[in-house]
Design a protein around this ligand. Sequence first.
Ligand SMILES: [Zn+2]
Length: 145
Amino acid sequence: MALKTMRSALHREGFEAFVQHYRAQRARKRLPVPEAPRGFDDTRAAAVRVNWGQWIIDCPFCPSAILADPDDRRFYCLECGSADNGHRWIAVVWPNEAAAIEDELLKRPREENRNWFPGEDTFKLRLEREGYEQWYAAVGRHLRK
Ligand SMILES: [Zn+2]
């Protein structure tokens, strides 16, 4: 078991393949097709975060988000077509300690509690988890009285 990513939950061949698949699917259904990505903007980047057990990227240009691809660290928005950035890919920043963050979050039994924001370290995540465990244990003791 691991946190969900683009490859585990959306397209096993990764972000670029998903963009192509999504655009083709929209065209087949005669729905508006987002512009094809063109070029790479190396002046901008987006950071991943974990939301409900999924590594995601928030679009810097609109309120959308999408699953992140650990093997293709680029982002292109299928919602707004990254129009405000000339339809260009941007870099995606992953934390160096992604595996440790994932290990710690997977100790949380409930998916909705598996969340991480850039800047949080695994020590803080562990303290949070232990705090919840103590809190639940205390509530359990209270309810058994
Ligand atoms: Zn967007």
